[in-house]
Design a protein. Sequence first.
Length: 227
Amino acid sequence: MPATEAHSPVVIDRRDGPFGEVVLRERGKHFEIIANGCFLMDTSDGRSERLLVDAALAALPGNRQDPSVLIGGLGVGFSLVRAAEEDRWGRIVVAEREEAVVDWHRDGPLGRITGPALTDPRTEILRTDLVEHLRTTTERYDALCLDIDNGPEWTVTEDNGSLYSPTGLAACRARLTPGGVLAVWSAQPSPEFGTALRNAGFHAVRTEEVAVARGVPDVVHLASRED
């Protein structure tokens, strides 16, 4: 069988939801999530998704006991698994608005990635829109690890753009404890987003990069709330 045919994607599930279409595809040994025709992520690597969590934890004050983390977007589960592997996290909350994605982990093939992390007693899955949750909850977290788009300038839906606006960043800052850390995943660097974070009152704004096989590196934007 030709290599191109062997690795042609096979649709495992396709759902229409309130935010559009989401598709789970299998390509060879890996799975892919497509939202509204836009490739989101696959299971081929995951280094930058794990860095999202590791960098946020490393940036927290050293005396922080049992810090809590809100992971925005379950995706293929790499960030959740990384958080569950780290004993220092006291509480792990995941906000995922697509019911299909949660189902693919709880009852579908992605469960082979996240099974133990989903049953970790520290883990809580919120079936809610991240932007709405940040706007309405009064809870505070020690870290926000957000990965719901391909970056601040490449959103999956138009509504997600509000997360990176001054209002959205103010909501992120309000949901952090003093000294808390915001980490945002992006498929490409964005100096403009760094400026937006500073304008929103964040400090220690910086980026960490993960090289990819082709093209620009994946990026994790980091910023801290000081007061």
